[in-house]
Ligand binder design. Structure first.
Ligand code: PLP
Length: 804
């Protein structure tokens, strides 16, 4: 045995030897490179293929087991999967992380560098897409037979850069190199139609689309903890039915010859970089129908291979709609059953409803999806007819008419989803209650059992085990390794919280993460920070409701206060921001620029910078989150109450021992209940108080008059302190806050400022702080996405795990 293999246990040594051989085999035969010529990317591919082989064995065995059991399958339809990198996740779940480290070291490589070479698969905008990715991992860990369906966007979410503080969007090129995890399925192509007309033949309705494209499947197997089960993520790519017009080519029209392919491919070209409103309407609707039609055809094909009675469909098939983006699944399934298989119409609706369920993600009126009847009917004429009939039948059954699918000349996709689903869920307790009182008030009265809650969660494999080795090793040494599969076991840490030695080790793990992060900041961004300063992070999409502007205004106020009295005993802080703004969301982009301008001014201030620094890290994505969260002390969850459906970033932070400063919004409410109010910095109005406050005329002016620090911070926006070359640059933000202030930044400012002062004071007592942080970890077991998935399985899907 070699020196390097000596240190690790025997099992790992055997794994390392086998893995090394497989890496070399793939480097030669799959990549076609000799070791002496291989670049880092070649080694990454070779390792990924070696790992994929192991996942594939588990996946094919899982598929066989599911078929033999005749088990109910879950199909998770989501227009977004924010996956991030897969290599480390797969290694950790297969128990091969150490073996890979040893194998690569033998080959003269560092695993960390190989892992970091993988581009993020950013096929989502934010929380909604990341939830779908956590769910795929939890489904596999639990052993629930499932397929995730989505679109294989050529360009995921844009890459963000800053130029003079401004956001610049560049295309994301994650597929530029080979993507080693996927299996292309040229054999399973399906046709999807658009437009055309509908006519009747002998009592049957036939849709003749004017245009057709092909959907090609790419399968990425997702493996669960300890490699016992794997499920595929099946992403569809669009291509032309007849990709190449030879006739036009032969006439010298080379551009025209390639046109059909270019047009068809547009459908899977880009992810819409906006999670609240829909731009490029027609293309977006095409994307939605494209992936829904391909997925449902695939689902029925699988069902019909094993069963011959369509009445069994709800017993064998559970289809979850992640938000309304796949809502056309309702009418499409009815069409497949009624038009194409002759099932009587209302029976088809009943069967479809038995299969379908819908997750609502937002109450923001501007984010509730709707389509004009004109556009919808033009692209999907038969589906429009089916929706009209569904609406009429629903109305017939409930003549008091709680809410029609057609309102203001638009098809309301939320209402359609509700009517076509047997269960509708919200994503946190508060959000679910608000759903019943607002968007679905009327429908809830008619169907009081339909709405259920499933509070979101995050997978502890990615969001603790692999992103925070220092803390997870400490946890495992203290309570054993069972927490990775059953996160509720974290409560076994509770008896250790009174043990000073344990708290010291907990604090040391956080300190070590902060040191790593500080070194990275110094190396990559040239910012020198004190690892003992409080690391205070707000990382999420930039949106007015999330109130990054509240945070930066308070930062300005803190800076002004330090200037007034630089000799006082200030608690040093590093303010970390990360997040992308939708390209057309100008106000959000102004906020980004303001934060960058404030950062430049504060970091260069010789008087204050030892106490207060600000950094906005560009291109926030999953990998960056994995870096920031384990190193953070404070988690900013400061949305206007009633606006954030759940949040999942808040859970990742609490799990990794960052204390929350937050409003009573989304899952913050449940985090505070779990960790205890004394371990959570609460401030601000409740959802009900927000509604009442908005009705007060001049609420913003009154709040500014009542808070001198707020008035002074706004003054700095107006006098050009942060934009001396263009003093008017931030008048728009100041006017917004002093004027309508829809998100109540001014009204919550004083409470936020006071809570931040409490935070600073609390951080001064390091041992108490560390104990509070440890308590957050110990009491965050509830926020595992395994718990969420078990909730869906029991209350919505009626699905059972096939492993124990
Ligand atoms: C978890 C996560 C989110 C969601 O964050 P919220 O704070 O809940 O909005 C968004 N983007 C990425 C990359 C994430 O990892």
């Amino acid at each position: 045995m070699t020196q390097t293999l000596h240190a690790v246990p025997a099992g790992d040594a055997i794994d390392a030897t086998a893995l090394k051989a497989d890496v070399l085999k793939h480097l030669t035969f799959t990549i076609g490179r000799a070791p002496e010529d291989a670049a880092l990317g070649d080694w990454r591919m070779a390792l990924s293929f070696a790992v994929r082989d192991r996942i594939t064995e588990s996946w094919l065995a899982s598929e066989r087991a599911a078929r033999e059991a005749g088990a109910k399958r879950v199909y998770y339809l989501s227009l977004e999967f924010l996956i991030g990198r897969l290599l480390e996740d797969a290694l950790v779940n297969l128990g091969l992380a150490e073996a890979a480290e040893v194998a690569l070291r033998d080959l003269g490589l560092a695993l960390g560098e190989v892992v970091a070479d993988e581009p993020d698969a950013a096929l989502g905008n934010g929380g909604l897409g990341r939830l779908a990715a956590c769910f795929m991992e939890s489904l596999a860990t639990i052993g629930c037979p499932a397929i995730g369906y989505g679109i294989r966007y050529e360009h995921g979410l844009f890459r963000q850069q800053f130029e003079h503080g401004r956001q610049v969007e560049l295309p994301e090129l994650w597929l530029e190199q080979q993507h080693p995890w996927e299996f292309e399925r040229p054999g399973s192509r399906l046709r999807v139609g658009f437009g055309g007309h509908v006519h009747q033949v002998e009592g049957r309705t036939i849709w003749h689309p004017a245009e057709e494209v092909e959907a090609e499947a790419f399968d990425t197997p997702i493996v669960g903890w300890e490699g016992q089960w794997a499920n595929p993520l099946r992403l569809w790519s669009a291509r032309a039915v007849y990709p190449f017009d030879l006739n036009r080519f032969n006439h010298g029209d080379f551009r025209g010859a390639a046109e059909p392919e270019a047009l068809a491919r547009t459908i899977s070209r880009v992810l819409y970089p906006d999670d609240t409103t829909d731009e490029g309407k027609a293309l977006r609707l095409k994307q939605e129908y494209f992936f829904v039609a391909a997925s449902l055809a695939d689902i029925l094909c699988r069902f019909e291979r094993d069963f011959d009675d369509l009445a069994l469909l709800p017993e064998k098939v559970a289809i979850q709609l992640n938000d309304t983006h796949p809502a056309v699944a309702g009418p499409e399934l009815v069409r497949l059953l009624h038009d194409e298989r002759g099932v009587e119409f209302s029976r088809a609706v009943e069967i479809a409803r038995g299969c379908l369920s819908y997750t609502n993600h937002t109450l923001l009126p501007e984010a509730l999806e709707s389509w004009s009847e004109g556009l919808f009917g033009h692209l999907l004429p038969r589906h429009l007819e089916i929706i009209e009939r569904i609406d009429a039948e629903h109305y017939g059954a409930h003549p008091d008419r709680p809410g029609s699918i057609f309102e203001h000349g638009e098809i309301q996709m939320g209402t359609l989803s509700f009517v076509m689903a047997h269960k509708v869920n919200g994503v946190s307790a508060l959000h679910t209650e608000l759903m019943k009182e607002t968007v679905f008030e009327g429908l809830h009265q008619v169907h009081p059992d339909r709405i259920v809650n499933q509070t979101n969660g995050v997978t502890p494999r990615r969001w603790l085990k692999s992103c925070n080795a220092a803390l997870s090793d400490l946890i495992t040494e203290t309570i054993g390794a069972g927490w990775v599969r059953d996160l509720s076991q974290l409560e076994r840490l509770e008896p250790h919280l009174g043990d000073g030695a344990f708290i010291n080790r907990y604090a040391a793990a956080k300190r070590a993460n902060k040191a790593v992060f500080s070194n990275w900041l110094a190396g990559d961004y040239g910012l020198k920070v004190d690892p003992d300063a409080m690391f205070d992070a707000q990382i999420k999409r930039i949106h007015e409701y999330k109130r990054q502007h509240l945070n930066i205004l308070q930062t300005i106020a803190a800076w002004q206060a330090i200037h007034d009295d630089p000799q006082a005993d200030w608690t040093p802080r590093l303010k970390i921001f990360g997040g992308k703004a939708a390209p057309g969301y100008h106000f959000a982009k102004d906020i980004i620029r303001l934060i960058n301008d404030v950062a430049a001014r504060l970091n260069a201030d010789p008087v204050t910078s030892k106490y207060l620094q600000v950094i906005f890290l560009p291109n926030y994505n999953v990998s960056l989150a994995e870096r920031i969260i384990p190193a953070s002390d404070l988690s900013e969850q400061i949305s206007t109450a009633g606006k954030e459906a759940s949040g999942t970033g808040n859970m990742k932070f609490a799990l990794n021992g960052a204390l929350t400063i937050g409003t009573l919004d989304g899952a913050n409410v449940e985090i505070r209940e779990q960790v205890g109010p004394e371990n959570f910095f609460l401030f601000g109005m409740t959802a009900a108080e927000v509604t009442a406050r908005r009705a007060v005329p001049d609420h913003a002016r009154r709040a500014i008059e009542g808070s001198a620090p707020l008035a002074r911070a706004l003054g700095a926006l107006r006098d050009g302190t942060f934009s001396p070359d263009e003093p008017g640059r931030y008048h728009g933000i100041a006017d917004n806050i002093a004027g309508g202030d829809h998100f109540l930044v001014a009204s919550d400012f004083a409470a936020y400022h006071a809570a931040q002062t409490d935070v600073s004071r609390a951080y001064g007592d390091r041992e108490t702080w560390a104990r509070m942080a440890a308590r957050n970890t110990a009491r965050s077991g509830w926020f595992s996405s395994d718990r969420t998935i078990r909730g869906y399985m029991g209350e919505i899907w009626g699905a059972a795990p096939l492993i124990d």
